[in-house]
Ligand binder design. Structure first.
Ligand code: NDP
Length: 462
């Protein structure tokens, strides 16, 4: 029988890799995990966690303004960017420590090095040059922002990686893209007082979301003072006076800004990983191809999370990790369930969503009932803020099943989590109707939309 140095060797200390290593080690397996940078991966170090902290920071100016409607006089407020960066750094360092402690407590060996495959069961640790063997190798190395190298001057632009730690808060920024990252950062920078422009190639931002959410968030962002330029792209970026960036666009506009941020999607971190040496197949985007059980084409090599380009979300990587452990170490084959993933865009206002958009549902279902409410949230009555909450249920008329639930407004992400449970359980509109409202909340609107706002039959609104 062949003996290996490890039962499991994990490459990458992000959400998926750490969960896999920790669970396998806790079962008594001999596990090593290699990470070249910091434990926690994109989510903890330069993604979800610092992003959410910066979203909170960027909301305060509106709170200060709103306070007057509730009788408060707030003095002059000043924002200190280095203080926010330092506080963020402290928090992610704390979280990184927890990730590391979890691994140590479970008995996994932590290797501070890059690791590359040299064969089906072999890995080279680049820090020492040492080669180790493992019965199973798990690749969970994540992805990085696409650098968009076709763009002249792309090297003068920043990505979300750099945005968190800029030495100074820019006075103005141009953000390219219309997805999660572009929209979230446009709101963050605007909230912090930066003159913000977003440029997007399509007609309306957030192309993969329900049209009411897209329309609602785009209008709200414009109303706040964010400039959104649609149906245009950046054609070049050059250095201007005093370190500024001079941007030209396809439509012929020239803009001078302090920073240009590209948020045009993320690509898998598969370069220089030795995939060729090990014979691991990738797709045209460089993502590792896996089957329903996160198995690559090479026996003994597995991959999960963003490097596989299935669904680029932290909870999905963690779920894939738990399925991997069940399948490979507990003898209970489970394939990850990617259906009905609830998600949030931390725009301002926030979007929380699960299931099909109206347009997606109309492609499959011939008769839809659309329940839609648009209202001014209670908090905005005294504050005087002009803002709307939108709630929408997409229902299959044939069996009353709720196919999609979409919310734009305060705490929409929190609500999406609970709606996710309901839709996963196969909730019908009748279940919503017989659920008592929680009063006074915004969420009660979800259970008090008794009549359809309109129907969609064979793709046509009637
Ligand atoms: P997205 O895929 O969300 O958006 C990419 C954007 O870039 C789209 O608007 C796309 O346009 C545009 N784009 C792509 N290529 C080009 C090009 N060549 N020229 C001009 N525009 C282009 O990617 P993000 O980078 O925003 O985020 C990456 C992933 O990270 C997300 O998909 C998400 O899974 C995850 N994420 C999740 C968050 C959350 O859960 N809140 C937050 C941040 C990230 P078009 O729409 O027309 O294709």
């Amino acid at each position: 029988m062949t003996t290996f140095d490890y039962d499991l060797f994990v490459i990458g200390g992000g959400s998926g890799g750490v969960r896999s290593a920790r669970l396998a080690a806790a079962m008594g397996k001999k596990v090593a995990i290699a990470e070249e940078f910091r434990f926690g991966g994109t989510c903890v170090i330069r993604g979800c966690v610092p992003k959410k902290l910066y979203v909170y920071a960027s909301q305060f100016p509106e709170y200060f303004e709103d306070a007057a409607g509730f009788g408060w006089q707030v003095g002059e407020a000043r924002f200190d960017w280095p203080a926010l960066v330092a506080a963020k750094e402290k928090e992610i360092t704390r979280l990184e420590g927890l990730y590391r402690k979890g691994l140590e407590n479970s008995g996994a060996t932590i290797l501070a090095t890059r690791a590359e495959l040299t064969g089906p069961n072999r890995v080279r640790l680049t820090a020492t040059g040492e080669e180790v063997t493992a019965e199973r190798i798990l690749i969970a190395v994540g992805g990085h922002p696409t650098p968009h190298t076709d763009l002249p001057g792309h090297e003068l632009c920043i990505s979300s990686n750099e945005a968190f730690d800029l030495p100074a808060l820019p006075k103005s920024i141009l953000i390219s893209g219309g997805g999660y990252i572009a929209v979230e950062f446009a709101n963050i920078f605007h909230g912090l007082g930066v003159e913000t422009t977003l440029i997007y190639r399509g007609k309306q931002i957030l192309s993969r979301f329900d049209h009411d959410m897209r329309q609602g968030v785009q209008s709200a962002m414009i109303a706040k003072g964010i400039r959104i330029v649609c149906e245009d792209i950046i054609t070049s970026v050059a250095e201007g006076e005093g370190g500024s960036r001079v941007v030209r666009t396809k439509a012929g506009e020239t803009l001078t800004v302090d920073q240009v941020m590209l948020a045009l999607g993320r690509v898998p971190n598969t370069g220089g990983l030795g995939l060729k040496a090990a014979g691991v197949a990738v797709n045209e985007r460089g993502a590792i191809l896996v089957d329903d059980y996160s198995r690559t084409n090479v026996p003994g090599i597995f991959a999960l999370g963003d490097v596989t380009d299935r669904v680029q979300l932290t909870p999905v990587a963690i779920h894939e990790a738990m399925c991997f452990i069940e399948t490979e170490f507990r003898g209970k084959p489970v394939s990850p369930d990617h259906d009905l993933i609830a998600t949030a865009v931390f725009s301002q206002p926030e979007i929380g969503t699960v299931g099909l958009s109206e347009d997606e549902a109309a492609k499959t279902f011939g008769d839809l009932e659309i329940y839609r409410a648009e209202f001014r949230p209670m908090k905005a009555t005294l504050s005087g803020r002009q803002e709307k909450t939108i709630m929408k249920l997409v229902v299959n008329a044939a069996d009353r099943k709720v196919l999609g639930a979409h919310i734009l407004g305060h705490e929409a992400g929190e609500m999406a989590q609970l709606l996710g449970i309901s839709l996963k359980a196969g909730v019908t509109k009748d279940d919503f109707d017989r659920t008592m409202a929680v009063h006074p909340t915004a969420a009660e609107e979800l259970v008090t939309m008794y009549q359809p706002s309109y129907r969609v039959r064979n793709g046509q609104r009637v």
